[in-house]
Ligand binder design. Structure first.
Ligand code: ADP
Ligand code: MG
Length: 311
């Protein structure tokens, strides 16, 4: 690589690693982080492959931002406070323009989500971005997929299906006559490029929710993870799904509901609360928890969620 691997790391990835709990960041054999007294460490890794997780011509700024945001969403789902992250980056070459944009997107997300970049690995190959995020919660007080019980109620934050509609638009799958206005297209596309991991909501839910998961692979598929882990049945009412304006206005309601139920990439939180516990603002009740197993919905789309190994 021009200037060498270490020059590249110094130039593009060494500048946003400072944080209150970072004792040693990029440059040594390992980073050293402090975990506040009484807290336990959470670790989660996500890989993004060009052409699979994002269109190959996505702006590098957006790739960098999105990589961090989607990884941070797993911390949100655990109710964890962000501590830091590492980046394993495989690059086809040292394309300065791409690295500049990517590093800027990464830096912006690092700041927005309080995730200093404290280390990583840089290799050559086809474009692959792997981010490991670290966070913490009080010992014994984190969210998991396991705790839902019959009688609880099922909630989701924000709106669902936006990122899926954005992808349908970007890939030319929507007839011109059905396209929303330019502002709506921009709003939807932003949902895909700039997901908002619900970190503050997760921390709040830590105190009250009985289970939680973040929506990365589609609502029905991710709901099934809660149902399986908790040993319960989830009943979802499609009429109650929170849809943004462009989805509500879309001419084909079945298709809009399909995006909401099975489209991935929303990065909202799906969680259960005991009956009588008021949901935080911006969250919508979409169903119930019953005795049984699996997920029941009044609509049954063809594919329930994204699974890399289910052909
Ligand atoms: P080592 O050979 O000891 O494993 P490397 O040569 O892979 O270390 O990396 C040198 C330093 O640069 C390490 O501190 C590593 O964490 C950091 N680093 C490497 N690649 C990245 C990257 N893409 N982003 C951030 N830090 C990185
Ligand atoms: Mg070493």
């Amino acid at each position: 690589m021009a200037g060498g691997e270490f020059a590249l790391i110094r130039r593009w990835f060494a500048g946003f690693g400072a944080g209150d709990d970072v004792l040693l960041g990029v440059g040594d054999d390992a980073a050293v982080l402090r975990i506040p007294e009484g807290q336990v460490l959470h670790a989660s890794t996500d890989t993004l492959i060009a052409g699979r997780h994002f269109p190959i011509d996505t702006l590098p700024e957006d790739v960098g931002y999105r990589a961090v945001a989607t990884a941070a969403s797993d911390l949100a789902a655990m109710g964890a406070e962000p501590l830091g992250m590492t980046l394993a980056l495989t690059l086809p070459g040292a394309d300065e323009l791409w690295l500049h944009g990517f590093s800027q997107g990464l830096a912006k997300a690092a700041k927005t989500f309080s995730l200093p970049l404290v280390g990583g690995d840089t290799t050559r190959g086809s474009l692959n971005i792997t981010i490991t995020v670290l966070g913490y919660t009080p010992a014994g007080r984190w969210l998991s997929r396991e705790g839902a019980s019959p009688g609880d109620q099922l909630y989701v934050s924000g709106t669902v299906g936006d990122a899926a509609m954005a992808l349908a638009i970007l890939s030319g799958d929507i007839a011109a006559s059905q396209l929303p206005g330019i502002d709506e297209v921009e709003q939807l596309t932003r949902r895909f490029t700039h997901p908002e991991p619900r970190i503050a909501l997760g921390a709040m839910l830590r105190e009250v929710a009985t289970s939680a998961i973040d929506l990365s692979d589609g609502l029905l598929g991710d709901a099934a993870h809660i149902a399986n882990a908790s040993g319960v049945e989830l009943v979802i009412d499609s009429a109650s799904l929170p849809l943004s304006e462009p989805l509500q206005a879309f001419g084909d309601r079945e298709r809009a509901l399909g995006w909401a139920l099975t489209g991935g990439d929303d990065y909202e939180l799906l969680f259960t609360l005991p009956e009588g516990v008021a949901p935080p603002p911006g969250c919508t009740r979409i169903g119930d928890v019953r005795t049984g197993h699996g997920v029941i919905c009044d609509r049954e789309p063809e594919q329930r969620g994204y699974d890399h190994f289910n052909y």
